[in-house]
Design a protein around this ligand. Structure first.
Ligand code: SF4
Length: 284
């Protein structure tokens, strides 16, 4: 059986090898990569500097992942929310926000999620599947095409736990950062995790200057376990240790996310513990 290449998820050296195996000259890999990631085309027909015979072969022997817009909702502040259809008819959401420094897109890394956080609608149906690197990239490319804009920042904070789809995440980061593609600075990319400690340790060794964000949402392990099943596997002190190690290795700042849930994690004790300072006696 012939391999069907997921062509938008391939690194330049992999494209070169594939094209050489097809009997094509090596320089075609650079042209192809530029069409896929620089121009972000959605069809082989647009690759006008490739011979027609090669374009037809690529149509037959590779898959060019594209996403289809199903729903677009625009909020009063200009935020645009998208529901996009994947090639297998599953769907993902992403959110476009405009800031003074440019456009930022929040993308999904999985269809569903198996982390089971009690406050999260994405977790209700469990994990359906992880996204391919091409499907993560295509969220960015599709929204850019739809709005004729250039997105400068990406947050991997939509549906899914990115570190539970680790290899695809790393490939996505390398592809979106590639100088012949989008050339997006890794410093403009934030990856949010519920705290998978071994993966944070692994990420620290990748030498990728992204920003790491930790979904904390509670200041004690006991309370965190009631909100986030992942807290049964990793304590806050284990996560803190992994974060310190990450900072030591990368020098990159880490952000902590804390959603206020009325009556659950929003009292003064929580605030004091979060700030790391005990409340003086008698203070409300
Ligand atoms: S890790 Fe994120 S996407 Fe997954 S259940 Fe928790 S909040 Fe939801």
């Amino acid at each position: 059986m012939n391999t069907v290449y997921d062509i938008r998820g391939m690194m330049p050296d992999e494209l070169k090898k594939m094209l050489e195996d097809m009997g094509e000259p090596a320089y075609r890999a650079g042209q192809l990569f530029a069409w896929l990631h620089g121009q972000q085309v959605s069809s082989f027909d647009e690759m006008t500097n490739l011979p027609l015979s090669l374009r037809n072969r690529l149509k037959d022997e590779t898959e060019l992942v594209t996403l289809e817009k199903l729903i677009e909702r625009i909020s009063s502040d200009g935020t645009r929310k998208y529901l996009l259809r994947l090639p297998d008819d599953e769907t993902v959401e992403c959110v476009l926000m405009k800031y003074h420094y440019g456009y930022s897109l929040c993308i999904s890394s999985q269809v569903g999620c198996r982390m089971g956080c009690s406050f999260c609608a994405s977790a209700r149906g469990g994990l359906i599947r992880s996204l391919k690197p091409s499907e993560m990239l295509e969220q960015v490319y599709t929204v850019q095409r739809l709005n004729s804009i250039r997105i400068s920042h990406v947050v991997v904070m939509g549906t899914g736990e990115p570190l539970d789809n680790y290899d695809a995440l790393i490939r996505f980061l390398k592809l979106i950062n590639h100088e012949k593609g989008q050339n997006m600075s890794l410093r403009n990319i934030t990856v949010s995790t519920c705290g998978l400690v071994e993966k944070i340790e692994e990420l620290a060794k990748e030498d990728l200057p992204i920003t790491l964000a930790i979904s904390l949402h509670a200041v004690t392990d006991e309370k965190r376990r009631t909100l986030m099943p992942v807290a049964n596997r990793y304590s806050i002190s284990q996560i803190t240790k992994a974060c310190n190690n990450y900072f030591d290795k990368t020098g990159r700042r880490i952000t902590f996310e804390y959603s206020l849930i009325s009556g659950i994690n929003d009292n003064m004790d929580d605030a004091d513990k979060l700030a790391g300072s005990p409340r003086p006696a008698g203070r409300m």
